[in-house]
Write a protein that binds this ligand. Structure first.
Ligand code: GLN
Length: 535
């Protein structure tokens, strides 16, 4: 029987509930427990594919092709797993399936209501997730903040799950809330008290409280929270600001969360002595070599979350390459306006993207990196724009473009995938999920993927509608571009590179390598890029 930990949030959003949930899962795993993770997003969207990256951050893609919330990326990185689509539930899909079943007549004679029809569907999806992930403990992060109208039905389903499990300690509630500091540096617990009242009003008594506070909690603050919120002081923890999110599991461990989880869920831990992360991070602290890496995007004004996995992948690579990486998010439109000094960067990454805005700036940066032999990694749109740059400036096709940007171009070096031409709906219709890539021998890609390749193949995740136009492949090759990764069955180019006697590190991938990177195992394209800055 799977046990469940529900994680809720209070006071405000963006407290790091995802990282907290993932950190607890990481600790359970270190203690020999098969833990898995699930995120429930209360929105009416069916997946994250159509959400605005400004507001919600990057869209993460599972190997089985689901476009999900970026927290799933943290789940993969913190547990070193490959997530499946059942691990992110967007409430739109719950309501959709309830209504569809109503139309089919499955509930003939019944009034369809949020309780029990939507709640039953939610519970079914949670149990299904536990089943497909084979978890002994499934941590379920409930998106949003307690008190939001949208999340009421999700909290109600969670409440019922504890109720249905009776006295058996198989459902645990962890509540994370803000403890702000005021001018005198006092740690204020009132907002947390109110949020605990709000969750109590929904019939849920939290078992463990975690305070999000910029500082470690004082003993007196802890005691006050315990007294006012009805939990033991031993079950009050804090999630203070971290230099590195990967420090949070160790921080929680130091505070003694493990015995509390073990006891409350009646688990038997088989602890591992040392966490590999702690060793890696400790070693990294004394690193001196500094490198400045530019990530060139159009979503550069607001939050770095838009490129979360890219940033994480660079950091993983830096840890292994012994580099203190300074990652700068550069607005591609500033490059267009000549407002950026590109010579300050040791490497460039052109991440995925959509639409025409900012693309000319990215193309300029690619040209700069190619001509000045600065290491460059182009991801998805980044690969496509690298091909455009090469077609314009090496093949001399001045108007070369993607039909996504200029449908009228005479040189459509990037064009829609044939199967995309008839698609009209925008939700979940891109080429999504993991496919095999056949890697060409004696190329940069082959040397980077030497360890990862199985019988010359790697398995990588995609999210795109456009591709390198097969009609231009031979002309690009004649001028020196090497397509070092291809689809094993079809004419889809998946890696493009320049030979190493021409450029020290110039490579692109149609897939998203950032999703596969782990602190303990950086993705080879990123690792290679950071290593190349040392030469
Ligand atoms: N817009 C491009 C396409 O759809 C690239 C997508 C991406 O970078 N994820 O093919």
């Amino acid at each position: 029987m799977t046990k469940f930990i529900f994680v809720t949030g209070g006071v405000l959003s963006s407290l790091g509930k995802g990282v907290l949930t993932a950190s607890i899962a990481h600790l359970l795993k270190l203690n020999g427990i098969r833990a898995s993770l699930m995120k429930i997003d209360p929105y009416l969207n069916c997946d994250a594919g159509t959400l605005n990256p400004y507001e919600h951050g990057e869209v993460f893609v599972t190997q089985d092709g689901f476009e999900c919330d970026l927290d799933v990326g943290n789940y993969e990185r913190f547990l070193d797993i490959f997530a499946v689509k059942q691990q992110n539930l967007m409430m739109g899909s719950v309501y959709k399936s309830v209504v569809e079943r109503e139309r089919k007549g499955e509930f003939l004679g019944n009034t369809i209501q949020l309780i029990p029809h939507a709640t039953n569907e939610i519970k079914k999806r949670i149990r299904r997730c536990a089943q497909v992930t084979g978890a002994d403990v499934l941590l379920v992060e409930i998106g949003g903040t307690v008190g939001d109208i949208e999340s009421e039905v999700v909290l109600e389903a969670a409440r019922q799950m504890r109720f249905e499990n009776g006295k058996d300690p198989s459902v645990l509630f962890i509540h994370l809330a803000l403890v702000p500091l005021i001018i005198t540096n006092e740690q204020k617990t009132k907002p947390m008290q109110h949020s605990v009242k709000a969750i109590l009003a929904r019939g849920i008594t939290p078992d463990v409280l975690v305070a999000r506070c910029s500082q470690p909690l004082l003993e007196s603050t802890k005691k006050k929270i315990a007294l006012m919120c009805n939990v033991l002081p031993e079950a009050v923890f804090s999630s203070p600001d971290q230099k590195d999110i990967y420090n949070l599991p160790a921080e929680l461990r130091r505070q003694g969360i493990e015995p509390v989880l073990e006891e409350k869920l009646a688990l038997t831990f088989k602890p591992k002595k040392k966490d590999e992360w702690e060793v890696l991070l400790e070693k990294h602290q004394s690193v001196k070599t500094h490198r400045k890496i530019a990530v060139i995007g159009k979503y550069a004004q607001t939050t770095k979350d838009t490129y979360m996995s890219v940033f994480e992948a660079i950091r993983h690579a830096c840890v292994h390459a012994g580099v203190k990486g300074e990652i700068v998010l550069v607005n591609s439109e500033n490059i267009e306006k000549e407002k950026e000094d590109l010579s300050q960067y040791h490497a460039f990454i052109i991440p995925g993207g959509f639409g025409s805005r900012g693309t000319e700036g990215k193309i300029k940066a690619i040209q700069y990196a190619r001509e000045n032999k600065v290491p460059l990694l182009g991801i998805c749109y980044g690969l496509q724009l690298s091909v455009i740059e090469f077609a314009r400036n090496v093949l001399g096709f001045k108007d070369a473009n993607s039909t996504e940007i200029n449908p009228e171009t005479k040189h459509p070096v990037i064009d829609l995938l044939p199967e995309q031409k008839k698609i009209e709906d925008k939700g979940g219709t891109m080429r999504l999920g993991a496919y095999h890539v056949l890697v060409k021998e004696n190329t940069l890609a082959a040397s980077l993927y030497a360890k990862e390749m199985k019988n010359k193949h790697i398995f990588k995740r995609f999210r795109h509608r456009y591709e390198v136009n097969p009609e231009f492949v031979s002309r690009l090759e004649e001028k020196g571009m090497v397509f070092s990764g291809r689809d094993p069955k079809r004419e889809i180019m998946k890696n493009a590179e320049l030979p190493q006697d021409v450029h020290p590190y110039f490579i692109g991938s149609q897939y998203h390598p950032e999703f596969d990177s782990r602190l303990e195992q950086p993705e080879p394209l990123f690792y290679g890029l950071v290593k190349a800055t040392l030469k």
